[in-house]
Design a protein around this ligand. Structure first.
Ligand SMILES: [Zn+2]
Length: 173
């Protein structure tokens, strides 16, 4: 089931002209020079869409990484960002959000294979940085409708408090 969801995500990316050229985040160790390698680009959305939780890929993963091999291990560090569509827990509306991983870092021991797939590490990091209780106003770009209703209720209550006070003043006169 989950596999099918991820397939849909890849198909979605395939509409993009560039998508055909790009394989997953597989690194060929022979291509990494001694001084390291800088990689920047875009990749298919690495997370499976979790429709039951209202999480949908809304674009491609952007990565900016430095890679190197040292002491029988591959290290990589840099930043990631992944646009997603989430569902607000307050008003239940969908909204766009960018998952940012400003300090992505992995260190993997090498056991022979000539390619290392960074996708599982990247996927895990994106999932860890998804907001657990997404609110549509978290980026400050919009006002949550659920909160708007709450504010309106408070206003009404405050107004009725004042009118009660006014009434009291009148009665005391
Ligand atoms: Zn909301």
């Amino acid at each position: 089931m989950a596999r099918q969801n991820s397939r849909r995500c890849l198909d979605f990316a395939r509409h993009d002209k560039e998508a055909i050229k790009i394989s997953r985040m597989k690194v060929h160790l022979k291509q990494i020079p001694a001084q390291g390698l800088h990689l920047e680009g875009e990749e298919d959305c690495p997370i499976e869409e979790l429709e039951s939780e209202g999480i949908r890929c809304a674009g491609r993963l952007h990565y900016n990484l430095d890679l190197g091999v040292a002491g029988g291990a591959l290290w990589a560090n840099g930043s990631l960002s992944q646009p997603v569509e989430l569902r607000c827990v307050s008003c239940l509306e969908k909204f766009g959000h960018k998952v940012r991983v400003p300090a992505f870092a992995v260190h993997m021991d090498l056991h022979g294979p000539e390619t290392v797939d960074l996708t599982p590490s990247i996927r895990e990091e994106i999932l860890l940085n998804l907001p657990a209780h997404p609110h549509c106003d978290r980026d400050g770009h919009r006002i949550c409708k659920a909160k708007e209703v709450k504010i309106a209720e408070q206003e009404t209550k405050r107004r009725s408090d004042w009118s009660a006070l006014d009434k009291l003043k009148i009665e005391n006169r």
